[in-house]
Design a protein around this ligand. Structure first.
Ligand SMILES: Cc1cc2nc3c(=O)[nH]c(=O)nc-3n(C[C@H](O)[C@H](O)[C@H](O)COP(=O)(O)OP(=O)(O)OC[C@H]3O[C@@H](n4cnc5c(N)ncnc54)[C@H](O)[C@@H]3O)c2cc1C
Length: 391
């Protein structure tokens, strides 16, 4: 029997089960905004290694910030679907804008802040007036977060902060930092860590270091931050209780990892789509590249894997919305989807030939941009540790 004789031509395009009509409408708004307002600036943003400051307030105006924060705190009042849509649309457009980190910072405040803290910071974050960052990593401590050295010592009604952070996304723009510090009061190791919210406007002793020269993601600002006898009100301690920081970070990391997982999948889908287009348009030996069996088979493999990524991601998104995404599963999503992302994009670069090595081609930038996905938000080795603990 010839299995290729009657190909099944009918296709049923897969639609993510979490896409409702309302989410679809929101996607249209975000897509239009990103294409009209951000995309024309993207090359310039890459050159200057950061977006324009106004991009934040514009994003706030269109309702793209804090989409999954309750309306009572100024947020969009939606669930994680809306965040996923914003991430996806930025990825499909190839624009790096640190909205994901901004959302992560907001979720620390939402989940652990006192009522007063939520009312004070979240509405301004929704408008893009406050630009959030999360500063954990230090020159001496990345994976080993318990080893951070930045200290916050209580002096009367103030916390006096000394230390430095590195690799901080949104570092140039940020005016609201969720900062991991040792307070020394709660105990040693994990128990000695607290989170302090630092508003940086006109803050004495605070300094942003150099904009770090990265392999990719050039449009996004990544900086060192320095704190030299910085005084913040003691009421800025997140949740008002010392020694909870490490546990708060461990609880929030699945949310952060889902952002990475969503972008890994969206970027892969986009990479496969533009590689199919390139393979149809470019010819060699008198025919389109896609007519070579190797090209077709490689693209078939990429498309199949991207689809499996999507189905797994969608399952994780649904579990996150239902409050059932556990730490090992979020770690699986972050680890596996970013590994696949890098492998598939590498294949797509190969299928582009020499053009795949030229920075002016989106596929080349995706290749450079995606490498870090296996490193930040907890390295993939740390993800395997987390998964292994559930064995
Ligand atoms: C572009 C970019 C943006 C970033 N944004 C932020 C940000 O906004 N905020 C922030 O706080 N941080 C940020 N980071 C930091 C990032 O989270 C860390 O780089 C990451 O957690 C790894 O830490 P490290 O660089 O110190 O590497 P290390 O911890 O020194 O790891 C080096 C190697 O050792 C391995 N390793 C370490 N411990 C173990 C172990 N127990 N078992 C097995 N292997 C291990 C690692 O997997 C890795 O391969 C960013 C980093 C980059 C590159």
């Amino acid at each position: 029997m010839n299995h290729m004789a009657k190909p099944q031509q009918t296709t049923h395009p897969y639609v993510s089960p979490w896409i409702t009509e309302e989410v679809q409408l929101f996607r249209k708004t975000v897509k239009r905004f990103v294409n009209e307002e951000f995309l024309p600036q993207e090359a310039r943003w890459r050159e200057q290694h950061r977006v324009d400051p106004e991009a934040w307030t514009k994003a706030g105006e269109v309702g793209m910030l804090l989409t999954d924060v309750p309306e009572v705190y100024g947020g969009g009042g939606g669930d994680y679907c809306y965040e996923a849509v914003v991430t996806e649309e930025l990825c499909y457009a190839g624009v790096h804008f640190g909205h994901g980190v901004h959302s992560i910072a907001a979720h620390y405040i939402l989940d652990y802040g006192t009522e007063e803290q939520k009312q004070f910071w979240l509405p301004r974050m929704t408008k893009g007036e406050l630009i959030g960052s999360i500063a954990m990593t230090e020159p001496v401590a990345g994976s080993d977060l318990q080893n951070i050295k930045t200290m916050a010592k209580r002096q009367g009604e103030c916390l006096v902060i000394n230390g430095s952070k590195t690799f901080i996304t949104n570092g140039w723009h940020t005016n609201l930092i969720v900062l991991a510090v040792k307070t020394g009061e709660g105990g040693v190791g994990a128990k000695g860590i607290s989170l302090v919210v630092v508003e940086t406007k006109d803050l004495q002793g605070y300094r942003v270091g150099r904009m770090l020269e990265k392999v990719g993601m050039h449009g996004q600002d990544t900086c060192e931050l320095f704190f030299d006898d910085v005084r913040v009100p003691a009421r800025n301690l997140l949740g008002g209780e010392e020694g909870r920081g490490f546990y708060q970070m461990m609880e929030q990391l699945p949310y952060e990892r889902m952002g990475v997982a969503v972008s890994a999948t969206a970027v892969t889908e986009h990479a496969v789509s533009i590689t199919i287009k390139h393979s149809k348009e470019r010819t060699a030996f008198g025919k389109a590249l896609i007519e070579f069996q190797n090209t077709r088979f490689k693209l078939a493999e990429c498309k199949a894997q991207a689809h499996i990524m999507r189905v797994f991601l969608d399952n994780c998104i649904q579990r996150l919305i239902a409050g059932k995404l556990d730490t090992p599963t979020a770690a699986m999503a972050k680890y596996w989807l970013t590994e696949r992302e890098c492998a598939i994009i590498d294949e797509c670069v190969q299928l582009h030939g020499g053009y795949g090595y030229m920075m002016e081609y989106p596929i080349t930038r995706m290749w450079a941009d995606s490498r870090v996905q296996r490193i930040y938000a907890g390295t993939n080795e740390i993800m395997k540790e987390l998964i292994a603990r559930s064995l």
